[in-house]
Design a protein around this ligand. Structure first.
Ligand code: 6PG
Length: 483
């Protein structure tokens, strides 16, 4: 706790769990932290419970909060994305002076951040949209932080954000991502990769549970083992925890008590929509969003079950359990690689579209710690982009091509097994089709071009000479060169 006269190096507006934990993280790392919440009870609760952890300067009005910040003022907004954020931005922009910095640490839609950055800049202040990943634990003990906004703001903000970010091998998991909405864009794609990662982990669980007939506790042990190898990652680690957890009330495996309808706050959906808009085939990410939506379409699912949709011939697993487990591990590694590869493709396309010049090496570096998709193989992803920053696709890096040599056959076997078992595997299967489409000599797009020309005279290119062509389908079917 600090006397009211001392000025704070950083301020946090919005003291729900994420905001409070972030404020505590700043305070624990030697910063004097100004704190404000619209309802003062949350401010009192923070000081009451954690005031001794460092120097806090609580305020009950935005004006007092701003006055308690040293110049250039730096205030992080940790309130609900959308209108609530706009309201706080307006209040801060009103109360602050030129050159002060407003940071939005929520999961804002990057196009909102682009708009806000322009509006706030017109009022003489700086606006930084910063993705903050790692959940409540990360906010307290070290998140990965993805700030966008003016480079000039980063000069001021960098050191204080580095003081609270996760740190891997002495490197803080924070860096300036690029101008205006770049930070929130990259956080959005981070979440899209997270969705795909979580979905394909779920599909692996489903196969071991209902294909191999294993119990959650046994599968938890398998995930614990996988977490010591190529799949070493936060999501694999917590999956083992969730699967090992018994329901405190009934003693049954918790995963069997949880309703199988997945929620989504929207970031994965935004990633899929943006991928479609940019024309980037982020198949695994999109399938994971659809899978969440389908899981929550309970009325349709009940009708399908009651209606007894024909299952066809279900073929029980006829392979050795240990071999199947290893096949699933390798297929999971392959599908995760595709998810990250597609995510990096979307970031590259977004960076080109919006002129941000985002460096994939930066992301591979800061995602190694603190964030939800942190994984050992991010070191390899960083090495891949170090070797060639212009990789046409991450999976075309020599190391990953080598890995895929060892993964492709088990991956195919797992997709066949899922199909024969009648178990849904949208990310396993769509990622394999994406992979086979990428490497195919010829795609059915040739036939699609013919169909489009037939009904819409949309023309087509030829493989043997330049130009654009059309067939007179309704006439003598002669070939016409249109340019
Ligand atoms: C993170 C998480 C977090 C996520 C929420 C809600 O990086 O810390 O991605 O930002 O958005 O946990 O996630 P859902 O979109 O699944 O609701």
């Amino acid at each position: 706790m600090t006397d009211k006269n001392e000025l704070a190096q950083i301020g946090v507006v919005g003291l729900a769990v994420m905001g409070s934990n972030l404020a505590r993280n700043f305070a624990r790392n030697g910063n004097t932290v100004a704190v404000y919440n619209r309802s003062p009870e949350k401010t009192h609760a923070l000081i009451e419970a954690h005031g001794e952890e460092g120097n806090f300067v609580p305020s009950e009005t935005i004006e007092d909060f701003v006055a308690s910040l040293e110049r250039p003022r730096k205030a992080i907004i940790m309130v609900k994305a959308g209108k609530a954020t706009d309201a706080v931005i307006d209040q801060l922009a009103e109360a602050m002076d030129d050159g002060d910095i407003i940071i939005d640490g929520g999961n804002a839609l990057f196009t909102d951040t682009i708009r806000r950055e322009k509006d706030v800049a017109a009022r003489g202040k700086h606006f930084v949209g910063a993705g903050i990943s790692g959940g409540e634990e990360g906010a307290l003990n070290g998140p990965a932080i993805m700030p966008g906004g003016p480079k000039e703001s980063w000069e001021t903000l960098g050191p204080i954000l580095e003081s609270i970010a996760a740190n891997v091998d002495g490197t803080p998991c924070v860096t300036h991502i690029g101008p205006d909405g770049a930070g929130h864009f990259v956080k959005m794609v981070h979440n899209g990769i997270e969705y795909a990662d979580m979905q394909v982990i779920g599909e692996a669980y489903q196969l071991l549970r209902y294909g191999a007939g294993m119990e959650p506790a046994e599968i938890a042990e398998v995930f614990r083992e996988w977490n010591s190898g190529d799949l070493d990652s936060y999501l694999i680690e917590i999956t083992a925890e969730v699967l090992a957890q018994k329901d405190p009330e009934t003693g049954a495996p918790l995963v069997d008590i949880i309703v199988d309808a997945a929620g989504q706050k929207g970031t994965g959906r935004w990633t899929a929509i943006n991928g479609l808009e940019l024309g980037v085939p982020i198949t695994g990410i999109a399938e994971s969003v659809f899978a969440r939506a389908l899981s929550s379409s309970t009325a349709q699912r009940s009708a399908a079950q009651e209606g007894q949709l024909p299952a066809g011939t279900i073929k029980a697993l006829d392979v050795d359990k240990a071999e199947f487990i290893e096949d699933v591990r390798r297929a999971l590694y392959a599908a995760k690689l595709i998810a990250y590869s597609q995510g990096f493709d979307e970031i590259k396309a977004g960076s080109e579209e919006f002129g941000w010049d985002v460096d994939p090496r930066d992301l591979a570096t800061i995602w190694r710690g603190g964030c939800i998709i942190r994984a050992k193989f991010l070191d390899r992803i960083r090495a891949a982009y170090d070797n060639n920053a212009d990789l046409p696709a991450l999976i075309l890096d020599p190391y990953f091509k080598g890995e895929l040599e060892d993964l492709i056959d088990p991956w195919r076997r797992v997709v066949v097994a899922a199909t024969q078992l009648g178990l849904p595997a949208p990310v396993f299967a769509s990622s394999l089709s994406y992979y086979d489409s990428l490497r195919a000599e010829r795609l059915p797009a040739a036939l699609i071009q013919g169909q489009r020309d037939f009904f819409g005279a949309h023309t087509f290119k030829r493989t043997d000479k330049p130009g654009t062509f059309h067939i007179e389908w309704s006439g003598d079917r002669s070939l016409i060169q249109t340019d």
